[in-house]
Every structure is written in C-alpha cells, then in structure tokens.
Design a protein around this ligand. Structure first.
Ligand code: HEM
Length: 386
C-alpha cells in the first residue's frame, strides 16, 4: 500500500475513498494531531461505510457492550484506570520465561521438517496461548479457546460486510458463557491470573462487572492476537527481503538487536494500517476543512512513512531512531498490550534466530504474499519458509 500512501501524502493529504466512504488522513502531523485530541475526534459510534455491527453480532453478545476502543472520556478514563492494573510492566515482564519456553516449543515442532509454515507454527499460537493463560483458561479448554478466538475475530471482520456466520455466533456465545463461569469462580476464589485481578476491588478501584469482564476478554482477543501474529509475519518477511539487516541480527542476536528489528518492523510494515475517528465538530486538517460527524480513516501506517518525520522512510534500517512511531496509536487509547507485544515478538525472534540457519522463502511460498483483504490489518495469511 505504501506507494499509494506516498502519493496521497504529497498530493491529497485528505483523500476521499469512495469504497470506504471516508476521507483518508495520511500525514504524520495530522494523524498525531487527531490521536491527541479525543474531544474533536471521537472513538465512540464509529461507522464504517455507514454500517454498524449487524444484528447477528449483537445477538452473539459481541456488539452489545462498549469496550475501551469505542469509548470516549470520561467513561473511557474510568474503565482504563480499572484495567491498567492488570497490565503493569512488572506483570508483563514476569511472563518472559513462559514466552521463551512456549516460543522454543513451537519452533522445535515447526522446524522438525525442513520446510514449514511460519504463521501457524509460531506467529499465531504464541500470542493466543499467552492470552489464554493470562485469562486463566483451563488447559483442557485451550482448543475450544483457539476456536472461539478465531470465530470472534472472523465475526468482527464479517460484521463490516453484514455477514456473521452461524458458527461465529455459536462460538461467541460459548466463549462468553465460559468467561462468565471463570469470572464467577475467580470472584469466589482468586488465583494468580488477570481475571482474578479484574474481578476484585483493589486500592480504591472497583472490580469489573461480569459484562465488563466479558467485553474486555473479547477485546483482548480482537486487539491482541492478529496484531502480534502480523507483527511476527511482517518481521520475517522484511528480514528475508533485507539480507543485510538479517545478517546484522544473526551476527549478534541480543535482546537489544531483536528489539530494534521489531521496532523498525512496526514502523516499516505496521500490523495496523488504519484507525477510525469521528469528528465532533468542523475541523481543519492539511488538505482542508472536514465537517462535523465525519468518520475519518487515520492512516498510522502512512504516518510512519512520512519523510517529514522519518528520514529516508522507505529504507528498512533497524539502527534508526523509531521514536514517535504510531503503530500502537497515541494518547489516551495507546495500546494497553504494547509492553506484551514488545516482549513476545523480540523473544520469539531471538529464539528463532538462535535455532535456525539463515531462513528464506520455500518453493511453496508464492512470490506475491497473500495479505488477505482487510483494510485495517496487514500481515501474511501464510508464510512458507525453509
Ligand atoms: C489499542 C495496536 C497488541 C490490547 C491499540 C491501538 C493500536 C493497537 C493502534 C489504538 C487503537 C485506537 O487508538 O483506536 C496493536 C499492535 C499490537 C497490539 C500493533 C501488536 C503488535 C496488543 C496486545 C493486546 C492489546 C497483545 C492485549 C493483550 C489493546 C487494547 C487496546 C489496544 C485493550 C484498547 C486501548 C484503549 O482503547 O484504551 N492497539 N496492539 N494490543 N490494544 Fe493493541
């Protein structure tokens, strides 16, 4: 998408996209201005192509409760304050040994054959397993959890097209029933997991209600899985296409060099292409005035390639300073899972580099990588390596 973005940034920084029925905002300055001003650019009641989630996803309980992503202050401020306690750096860093162990297990199994599919072998199971463990899902229900998670993610994609398949509705109902069960059990008898933290009052912060727990669990699945999976897929793809950077990493795969490769991947090939916001009044952006009640596509991916902010932006260079990248958003909605993604991706990469020779695309991998059809998320659907 980046050549189009470059043209838009230069020629039409506010470009009306007829298919999405929304203006696209592509310059760094505008994108960061929007994300910093939630009073002018609301996250509530975003309408994409004029469609709200369908009755079917309402029926499954998915669209019934607002979540952090679709809230404005002061409602957002209160809920965010109550869930932040479960995502402190200390809590996330404590997961490192488990992330490493799980990465090793996946890599050992995946690389048992010379040719392997990276997305289903490592990029996808790692984040979903970690979230399941954080939520306290029993080991015996892990398979169900993966199925529910896939169905919930698919149903949210499908709700934009007005089609929520039967299976997705059923899965979502099963998952919500199970999460309610877990939440009730942890309220009676807390354990060392995220749900227990959320369902207990602590330090003057109120516990989450059962509806809030459910909607937060669904949000973690939607916001935390495919994004991290895409990040790993994009990192591998980019490294293979940039042999010099790959060599640099292979010579010295320290936590710092792995983290640098991941940060530059976030900038260069962002897992999230765009966010949406709705104007609350008439506003002025590069390219002109925007009326009130307009849904904007806020292209964080394009902002990351704006030469006004990052010099020589089309060059992949893990040694560059990536401060200010917008792939995790900015301001009050800044990704709550960023510390987790910044733990998982570098550790997985480090374990992979330590355990494999120089990887390349296998003959089974088509030259044109399939990125699916989402306008919101970007990552390979599958990636055959050897
Ligand atoms: C919010 C990206 C991983 C949970 C966001 C936002 C972005 C983002 C751009 C801001 C949305 C907005 O402003 O409208 C990413 C990327 C990830 C990632 C690129 C991985 C590479 C995760 C993980 C979790 C997570 C692992 C949880 C386990 C959330 C939540 C929010 C959020 C709960 C909502 C925060 C709020 O609205 O206050 N993420 N995310 N994300 N993310 Fe992530």
């Amino acid at each position: 998408p980046y050549p189009y973005f470059a043209q838009m940034r230069e020629k039409a920084p506010l470009f009306y996209d007829a298919k999405l029925q929304a203006p696209l905002v592509s310059r760094y300055e505008d994108v960061s201005y929007i994300l910093k001003n939630p009073a002018l650019f609301s996250s509530a009641q975003i309408r994409i192509a004029g469609k709200l989630p369908t009755e079917r996803s309402q029926e499954a309980g998915l669209g019934a409760v607002d979540n952090l992503l679709t809230m404005d202050p002061p409602v957002h401020t209160r809920l965010r304050g109550r869930v932040n306690r479960a995502f402190t750096p200390k809590q996330i860093n404590a997961l490192e040994p488990r992330v490493r162990e799980l990465s090793r297990e996946c890599i050992t199994e995946m690389t048992a054959s010379n040719e392997f599919e990276f997305m289903s072998g490592l990029a996808s199971p790692l984040p979903v397993t970690i979230i399941a463990e954080m939520l306290g899902v029993d080991t015996s229900r892990r398979r169900d959890f993966k199925r529910w998670s896939d169905a919930v993610v698919n149903s949210s994609n499908a709700s934009f097209t007005g089609k929520t398949p039967e299976e997705a509705v059923r899965s979502a109902k099963e998952m919500l029933a199970y999460m309610t069960e877990v939440a009730e059990a942890r309220r009676r008898e807390p354990r060392d997991d995220l749900i227990s933290l959320l369902v207990q009052d602590s330090e003057g912060q109120e516990a989450l209600t059962p509806e809030e727990v459910n909607s937060f669990a669904v949000l973690l699945l939607l916001a935390g899985n495919e994004t991290t999976t895409n990040l790993l897929g994009n990192a591998l793809t980019t490294l293979i296409r940039h042999p010099e950077a790959y060599e640099w990493l292979r010579r010295d795969p320290t936590p710092a060099t792995c983290a640098a490769v991941i940060e530059e991947t976030l900038r260069y090939d962002s897992p999230v292409l765009t966010l949406s916001r709705r104007t609350t009044q008439e506003v002025e952006l590069s390219g002109g005035k925007v009326p009130a009640e307009t849904t904007l596509m806020v292209l964080v991916s394009s902002a990351n390639h704006d030469p006004r902010k990052f010099s020589d932006p089309e060059r992949f260079d893990p040694r560059r300073d990536t401060t200010g990248l917008l792939s995790f958003g900015h301001g009050i909605h800044f990704c709550i899972g960023a510390p987790l993604a910044r733990l998982e991706a570098p550790v997985a990469l480090q374990e992979l580099v330590a355990r494999t020779p120089r990887l390349g695309f296998s003959p089974r991998q088509p030259e044109n990588i399939d990125y699916g059809s989402s306008f919101f998320l970007r990552g390979p659907r599958s990636l055959w390596l050897q």
